[in-house]
Design a protein around this ligand. Structure first.
Ligand code: WT7
Length: 648
């Protein structure tokens, strides 16, 4: 299906928008371009509370940036205290629904009270600014409560998605040097319990630095507790006494104080800890809430991501709460108990803004229009997309069946590293072109360049880079500044290398084409080919493994593995294939489970012994091999693999 052309917002939408018309957008962009420091300084002063003002807006010694140098602020204060002291005090901050159907409406006052109590719990156990915590929880309000309590005290948190395995959890606890782990007994996923505490036990057994494991009771199932190390959240809470139990002043923190580290897949087997700090990150996510989601005080806003990924950090927790929004949080899956669960939620809570991913949209399309059509979706006024390029069929359905042709769609391009949205339309200003992230945010300077770093002509494909710093940018890779420099700042000197291919059209609109490195995008989740390969070769029968992303109708890409076995191993390939898929799920997490394991006698390699993943990618994508194969050690390996494919 081809959906082309330009989709401008309705006059009515424009009239009520924060930024109106192309002129409105251009004016903002121009101001940021002329004087970025004055521009961001104004926004930071207007949108954020500071205990102490900065001496300098920006200190930029590439690749290291400091924003709002010398200023003091606190993210938790900005998300809670200032709203609890305003007309928003009884506004719902977090509107939560559990998978089994329970509801919790936490107002700004109430959320502040709960966060303060939990911060006092952490304080009573001796935790303070500079310490690190790991948060491994299901999608329940105590997850953002734990994040905000850490932020309140300056404890740097790292949220680990509940779908990650004990092995992945352990690696993150160790890399971060965390001393406290905050978790729950389990979470619900299609009625089944996801056991979280059991995974924590397995992980922490090899983490001697962990002093405390704090466990929130969510499912109520039998949970082993280790004396001296584990405590129940409710017991620690009940032990708080005195008139100050509900008060815990937010600590004024340096603008560059580490707020959180979020691990993401890079091009090697070892995940990178992406570091985000305080003042710049907060300014960035707060500003983009208004620009991109055109947030109004009366809106009910719902981002369907999991808080374990950056989308949830920036656009369920920190961005919406800092902007004073009502942020909907839903624990479960979109198909439980039936495929209309999301539309029930939209109808019940009169959701105005829905932010989701192309992979979810495709999964919903497949189930038929009768699910959304059975519900009143008239409250919706804006739709968002994130995680991968949105294909025309998904865009068209989202627009027609969900938005009824009235809701602008904002396609938002960004990354864990960018902290917040960088390329997206301001919906009352920039007309959409389906499949394009459209134009950069003010202060963001993208470019498309070739192998040598020279700009390419409009309409041509190249590498997407970003020139100059922006407030929400990655500050470092935790504990590995060399990798930080190498990974992002040396490929095109002085510019940030995104790892994405893109092109810019004659209107200046950006079209993202996908990753150029060994990173796969499965259901909008980032996964490195090397990470899966390292997991596979740990299995006793596997000699070598090569992993590539294979196009997939629903998930965008699926994990496809080519495996050679050690001499004398083999037997039942079907059975072994199942075993290896399960093995990867256990090593990394269920979301990384390969779609396919192919057994082969050899892998295509260059003469220097490097696996030529490019060829394997071609085999699974187009079933043929083209291009340069002169460096191939043994061409017959490839011809055999391609022939095998044809037989299927
Ligand atoms: C990669 C970053 C940002 C939150 C979710 C993913 C791809 C992301 C889009 C979009 C095309 C997109 C890119 C990017 N991506 N949004 N709107 N259009 N591609 O964060 O896990 O850090 O992944 O996701 O390839 O590099 P992430």
């Amino acid at each position: 299906m081809s959906i082309t052309g330009i989709y401008p917002p309705s006059d009515e939408f424009v009239r009520q928008a924060h930024v109106q018309g192309m002129e409105g957008y251009r004016e903002l962009y121009r101001r940021a371009e002329q004087d970025p420091e004055a521009f961001w300084g104004d926004i930071a002063a207007r949108e954020i509370h500071w205990f102490e003002k900065w001496k300098e807006v920006l200190d930029w010694k590439p690749p290291f940036a400091q924003w709002f140098v010398g200023a003091k602020t606190n993210v938790s204060y900005n998300c809670l205290d200032r709203h609890a002291a305003s007309h928003r005090k009884n506004k719902v901050a977090i509107l939560w629904e559990g998978e089994p159907g329970e509801q919790r409406f936490l107002t700004y006052q109430e959320l502040l009270r709960l966060v303060s109590r939990f911060a006092n719990v952490l304080k009573a156990r001796g935790y303070k600014a500079g310490d690190r915590s790991i948060i491994y929880m299901p999608m329940i309000p105590e997850l953002p409560i734990a994040m905000l309590a850490c932020a309140r005290l300056g404890i740097t948190h790292s949220v680990v998605f509940g779908g990650f395995s004990a092995e992945a959890l352990k690696a993150r606890i160790q890399d971060l040097g965390a001393t406290v782990v905050i978790t729950a007994d389990g979470g619900f996923r299609r009625v089944k319990e996801m056991k979280l505490k059991a995974a924590v036990d397995e992980a922490v057994a090899e983490c001697p630095g962990v002093r405390d494991v704090i466990v929130y009771r969510r499912t109520g199932s039998d949970t082993a507790m280790q004396a001296g190390r584990d405590s129940w959240w409710h017991d620690l809470d009940a032990a708080l006494t005195g008139p100050d139990a509900e008060h815990c002043p937010a600590v004024p923190l340096d603008s560059e104080h580490p707020l959180f580290v979020l691990y993401t897949s890079g091009t090697t087997g070892k995940p990178k800890g992406i570091l985000h700090t305080t003042g710049g990150y907060l300014t960035h996510v707060t500003a983009t809430m208004k620009w991109v989601f055109d947030l109004k005080d009366e809106d009910t806003y719902w981002c369907s991501a999991d808080i374990g990924w950056v989308t949830g950090h920036s656009y369920i927790v920190y961005g919406p709460l800092s902007a004073g929004a009502t942020s909907v949080m839903y624990e479960g899956t979109l198909d439980y108990p039936q495929f209309d669960r999301w539309w029930r939620l939209v109808e019940k809570y009169r959701v105005n803004i829905l932010y989701t991913s192309p992979t979810a949209i495709r999964a919903l399309i497949r189930q038929g229009d009768h699910w959304p059509e059975a519900h009143d979706l008239s409250s919706l006024r804006l739709l968002g997309s994130v995680g991968e390029p949105i294909n025309p069929a998904a865009w068209e359905w989202y627009n027609r069946v969900i938005g009824k042709g009235r809701c602008p769609i904002v396609d938002t391009w960004w990354q864990t590293e960018t902290g917040g949205i960088l390329i997206a339309p301001m919906p009352g200003a920039v007309p959409a072109k389906p499949g394009s992230g459209t134009l950069p945010m003010p202060g963001v300077v993208p470019a498309i360049v070739d192998f040598h770093g020279y700009p390419v002509e409009p309409g041509h494909e190249g590498f997407l880079i970003l020139r100059g710093p922006w407030p929400g940018m990655i500050r470092n890779i935790w504990g590995d500044p060399d990798r930080f420099k190498e990974q992002y700042w040396t490929k095109v000197p002085g510019a940030y290398f995104t790892g994405d291919a893109a092109r810019c059209d004659h209107d200046g609109y950006y079209w993202i084409l996908g990753r150029v490195d060994d990173v796969m995008n499965v259901s909008g989740h980032r996964l490195s080919t090397m990470e899966v390969e390292s997991a596979l070769v740990k299995h006793p029968v596997v000699a070598e493994a090569a992993v590539v992303g294979k196009p997939h109708e629903i998930t965008g890409q699926a994990v496809c593995c080519f495996v050679t076995l050690k001499k004398g191993q083999g037997g039942d390939h079907d059975k072994l294939g199942q075993e290896l898929r399960q093995w990867v799920a256990h090593e990394i997490g269920a979301f990384a489970r390969p779609e396919e394991i192919r057994f082969t006698d050899a892998l295509p390699k260059t003469r220097s012994g490097k696996i030529m993943r490019r060829l394997l990618r071609e085999i699974v994508t187009s079933h043929t091999v083209t291009g340069d194969v002169t460096t191939l050690e043994d061409l017959s390996v490839v011809t055999n693999l391609a022939a095998q494919q044809d037989e299927e």
